[in-house]
Design a protein around this ligand. Structure first.
Ligand SMILES: NC(=O)C1=CN([C@@H]2O[C@H](COP(=O)(O)OP(=O)(O)OC[C@H]3O[C@@H](n4cnc5c(N)ncnc54)[C@H](OP(=O)(O)O)[C@@H]3O)[C@@H](O)[C@H]2O)C=CC1
Ligand SMILES: N[C@@H](CC(=O)OP(=O)(O)O)C(=O)O
Length: 351
């Protein structure tokens, strides 16, 4: 009998759900108990319900598993990895938490709820303490932990070392975002090939509100938003995986570029100290070649779990500017959620 923790992948047929399944296929801590999605998929074998779109072993070796309907009645496990769309997540994630499960969600539904940790383990591991507040508030034995919008996740990975070392006052971020961020089939090829689309619904607002929450201070009862100004300009570009961001930042005390570089290089946050299974050995790769980071060359490093900074230089307006790259469906989605669960396990929140 396996001593691994049984988990449900909710939304297992989707783009993010498939990445969960692939990552969980050989995970040392978790084993997939239920594959669940909508009632359209329930009762079908995974291989029949899901059009597999990733490299590697199709269906994570679970092609013959019969899918469950994504409700606590049919798909309850101690841990739920949710890759649901926001609408079903709004109803189903609290139902699982109420039934005693720890839900690790990718959906936007509860990210800004004051009692829900918006977690990137390298950035705000202590925010997990909000679970106590949440359980008390709702009377749940389980709970909900969310990861952030993928663009905001990549951004805070680069900003957190600077916030810790100096304090961040203002950020101006222009994104060039991969098509996979729009799910499958995403943006029609006739719209995106040879094109740049300067609009992604709700994306700029999400980056602007989620970033100060993630970089905020946990008081023991609540998260105080970090007092910083954030402006985001988001664009869809014809790239398959990987969000690139052009970032200008105003730091307290106007540190030198060398001090900024050193803050990234010396950053060793909690998941790396704890050697969590999905934590990349180096969370922020600092590139020195003048034409890096690049999506095609860098985004798959460390299974897409690290981020890349480069082209660090002086900004005449805000002080410092740099290029940033991260994997939207791994660090920004499935891999990020699994790392959240590994941290929760290390901190004693999983039974
Ligand atoms: N793509 C990305 O880069 C990122 C996505 N996210 C978030 O992750 C979530 C999933 O995204 P993505 O994989 O792209 O979405 P998809 O549309 O590819 O997949 C959605 C999944 O939800 C299931 N589903 C839909 N309705 C219900 C329901 N009523 N009950 C149970 N299951 C249901 C679908 O099942 P069925 O096949 O049966 O219809 C499917 O498995 C979204 O909230 C998204 O915002 C977060 C970060 C990045
Ligand atoms: N909106 C992001 C992906 C995404 O799903 O974001 P969110 O999890 O905030 O809905 C993109 O298009 O690249």
């Amino acid at each position: 009998m396996s001593s691994k923790i049984p988990v449900t992948v909710l939304g297992a047929t989707g783009v993010v759900g498939q990445r969960f399944v692939r990552r969980l296929a050989d995970h040392p801590l978790f084993r997939v108990e239920h594959l669940a999605a909508s009632e359209r998929s329930a009762g079908k074998r995974y291989r029949d319900a899901c059009a597999w779109r990733l490299d590697g072993e199709p269906y994570g070796g679970l092609g013959d598993q019969v899918m469950a309907e994504g409700t606590p009645e049919f798909a309850l496990s101690p841990v739920i990895f949710s890759a649901l769309d926001t609408a079903p997540a709004t109803e189903l994630e609290p139902a699982f938490a109420r039934a005693g499960a720890m839900v690790f969600s990718n959906a936007a539904a509860f990210r800004m709820s004051p009692e829900v940790p918006l977690l990137v383990p390298e950035v705000n591991a202590d925010h997990l303490g909000l679970l106590e507040v949440q359980r008390h508030h709702h009377g749940w034995s389980g709970g909900i932990v969310t990861n952030a919008n993928c663009t905001a996740t990549v951004l805070v990975m680069a900003l957190a070392p600077l916030q810790e070392a100096f304090g961040v006052e203002a950020v101006l971020m222009t994104s060039m975002q991969a098509i996979s961020g729009a799910g499958y089939p995403g943006v029609a090829s006739l719209d995106i090939l040879g094109n740049v689309i300067p609009f992604i619904r709700n994306e700029e607002a999400k980056v602007e509100e989620e970033t100060p929450k993630m970089l905020g201070r946990f008081t023991g009862r609540e998260v105080e938003l970090a007092p910083m100004r954030v402006s985001a300009l988001c664009h869809r570009v014809p790239v398959i995986e990987g969000h690139t961001e052009a970032v200008s930042v105003k730091l307290k005390g106007n540190p030198s570029l060398e001090a900024v570089r050193e803050a990234w290089l010396s950053w060793k946050p909690e998941p790396q100290r704890l050697k969590l299974f999905s934590a990349p050995p180096v969370p922020v790769h600092v590139h020195t070649l003048e034409d890096r980071p690049q999506v095609r060359r860098d985004v798959e490093t460390d299974g897409g779990m690290s981020v890349h900074v480069g082209r660090l230089r002086a900004c005449p307006i805000l002080g410092v500017k740099f290029a940033l790259l991260g994997h939207n469906t791994e660090r920004g989605a499935a891999g990020g959620s699994i790392l959240n669960a590994e941290l929760a396990h290390a901190k004693g929140y999983l039974r």
